[in-house]
Design a binder for this molecule. Structure first.
Ligand SMILES: Nc1ncnc2c1ncn2[C@@H]1O[C@H](COP(=O)(O)OP(=O)(O)OP(=O)(O)O)[C@@H](O)[C@H]1O
Length: 251
């Protein structure tokens, strides 16, 4: 069974403690959102799980394997900017991870085409990144992460730099793709509404050094629908989380 287990991760930058004994678990098929004030350590935690930043202490297990301090294997990452290779077409960008994994050309391009179509970019296979809008580039970034078939997707404010309309559209696209594939997801966001709309569970982080102020099991059925944003429970939870974060910042 797939599972992510983060245990007692500590990280300081110089003398500044950012993460102190941070632990969390993500179950198979679960979508977990991390919400918290700016600078509390959400991105650092994601980078540590991805193996891009070393932890000072602690262990990360993915599907039972110790991946602490190691990159690659089983993880796909989507950043705020899509960060595409400008010298590769959209299709070649999506296929990149499989190329690194040594998958043959015909197979990797077929897989990449599948995911590019899934994110709504049929017809843009040969487009260069500079020919795509910010939202389209982010779609390519999402297709690229899904294409390696990771057991865990790490998403660091993937829609943070987009306009509201594009963000709403991409949230729906992500829900649709994720509901079909049900990867484990850790999704960092500043958007309370976005977290409630997308996640099964929300971990609300305190200001730095981060600890979990509250864990919220999101009570809404799937498939998620836009109308739920007007539901009284949705509005109540949104207010509760907003109050929680405000009190923590002023504490
Ligand atoms: N490489 C680094 N060197 C020094 N300090 C760093 C480094 N990376 C992060 N920090 C500091 O660690 C703290 C946590 O940063 P991080 O980016 O993880 O926060 P965050 O919660 O993701 O913030 P935001 O929501 O604004 O992106 C911040 O105070 C930041 O300045």
């Amino acid at each position: 069974m797939t599972h992510l287990s983060v245990s007692n991760v500590c990280k300081s930058f110089g003398s500044v403690p950012v993460l102190v004994d941070q632990s969390l678990d993500v179950e198979e098929g679960e979508f977990v959102a991390l919400l918290g004030p700016s600078g509390c350590g959400k991105s650092t935690l994601l980078q540590i799980i991805n193996g891009l930043v070393p932890a000072d202490r602690g262990t990360i297990l993915l599907d039972g394997k110790d991946i602490t301090g190691r990159t690659g294997a089983g993880r796909g990452m989507v950043f705020q900017g899509a960060d595409l290779f400008p010298w590769r077409t959209a299709l070649e960008n999506v296929a990149f991870g499989l190329e690194v994994m040594g998958v043959g050309k015909a197979e990797r391009l077929e897989q990449a085409r599948h995911y590019l179509h899934l994110v709504g970019l049929r017809g843009f296979e040969e487009a260069w990144p500079h020919q795509l809008s910010g939202g389209m580039q982010q779609r390519v970034g999402i297709a690229r992460a899904f294409c390696i078939r990771p057991s865990l997707l790490l998403m660091d404010e993937p829609f943070g730099a987009l306009d509201v309309q594009t963000r709403d559209i991409l949230q729906d696209e992500l829900v649709r793709i994720w509901e079909a594939e049900r990867k484990m997801v850790l999704f960092v966001t500043h958007g309370i509404e976005e977290a409630l709309y997308l996640a099964d569970r929300i971990l609300v982080f305190s200001k730095r050094p981060a600890h979990v102020l509250r864990e919220i099991v999101v009570p809404f059925e799937r498939p998620r629908r836009e109308e739920m944003k007007l539901d009284s429970t949705f509005l109540e939870l949104r207010r509760e989380i907003s109050d929680l974060l405000r009190h923590d910042i002023h504490a």
